[in-house]
Design a protein around this ligand. Structure first.
Ligand code: RRO
Length: 308
């Protein structure tokens, strides 16, 4: 069974990897991903300086998924730049995720990280958890300006991590930007921003930052994730590869993302909840699922969702 895939010319022996944010902040966590069955190592979104992030509790898992308001805890880009050459020992692609609070932050980080040559750059336009800072991905013009600036300073393939969109007009506007900027791949979706999970017994919110509002992930967001993968697949076809993420808990969920058009799939909440053994289980379940349906590779079913 061939689970291999290719993102912007970078070959992955298997299509599964961590979503940025999930167990990928420290060197130890990144090395554990290196030693796991993940097909790539994705870093936490890095900022100019190291950050402790928002006050706890800031991640809570619940039956339907998870809510988080981590607030970009990370070691700062200089630390990741030092770490990336050592992570090559694992023989799998390295995806550097970058974030910032203003345009210049992204450009500064992109320049420095480009020097140490991770395989792919994932520009995070969709962090929902910084008080007073709207998700850039919801401002189409600002997104285009920023992506053009970053593109000018990098030589490695640049992709974009997008927030969920809920209207075809927005998918179309974004697809225009992605085409004009010549983005090399997209990752959809980031968490569904500014959701509210509450505990009615305690009559309380469950996370501390921002009055309990945070990014929703896990099972509950799968239909929103699939809709975004599908909408972008229809607009971009196979000339901008899509990494699907959102609500993947089983091999069948991976298959659903691939059917909608994903070339690879990232695991967030399920990785946090289950730890790195999740990759082994998902790989086994995906292989079994594909085999039962007569497919010999994920590429054989990519985008092949039937319409009625
Ligand atoms: O760190 C976070 O709070 C966070 C980020 Br940067 C993101 O992109 N998505 C998310 O759900 N949390």
């Amino acid at each position: 069974m061939d689970l291999s895939t290719n993102i912007a010319g970078v070959q992955l022996s298997t299509c599964l990897m961590n979503a940025s944010g999930a167990r990928c902040v420290s060197q130890d966590e990144l090395e554990r991903l290196g030693g796991s069955l993940a097909g790539a190592i994705v870093t936490k979104s890095m900022t100019p300086q190291s950050r402790a992030g928002n006050p706890e509790p800031r991640y809570v898992g619940f039956e339907g998924g998870s809510i988080n308001s981590m607030g970009l805890p990370n070691l700062g880009y200089a630390a990741y730049a030092k770490m990336i050459p050592g992570l090559r020992q694992f023989g799998k692609p390295i995806v550097a995720s970058i974030a910032g609070f203003q345009m210049d932050d992204f450009v500064e980080i992109a320049k420095a990280i480009n020097e140490v040559k991770p395989d792919l750059l994932e520009v995070n336009l969709s962090c929902p958890n910084i008080p007073g800072k709207p998700q850039i991905g919801y401002d189409v013009e600002a997104s285009e300006r920023l992506l053009n600036k970053i593109r000018n300073v990098v030589s490695i393939p640049m992709g974009v991590k997008l927030p969920p969109y809920f209207d075809p007009a927005h998918h179309e506007m974004l697809a225009g930007v992605l085409d004009r900027v010549k983005v090399s791949f997209i990752t959809v979706i980031n968490s569904v921003g500014n959701a509210l999970v509450i505990d009615p017994d305690k009559e309380s919110v469950v996370i501390k930052p921002k009055g309990g509002f945070g990014g929703l992930g896990g099972r509950i967001i799968k239909p929103v994730a699939l809709a975004n993968v599908r909408a972008f697949w229809k607009l971009l076809g196979d000339h901008i590869p899509i990494i699907g993420t959102g609500g993947v808990e089983t091999g069948r969920d991976v298959f659903e993302h691939v059917l909608c058009g994903a070339s690879a799939v990232q695991i967030g909440t399920a990785l946090v909840e289950e730890d790195i053994s999740v990759f082994e289980r998902l790989e086994r379940e995906l292989k079994q699922w594909l085999q039962q349906r007569g497919y010999s590779s994920i590429m054989a079913c990519r985008g092949k969702l039937k319409e009625l």
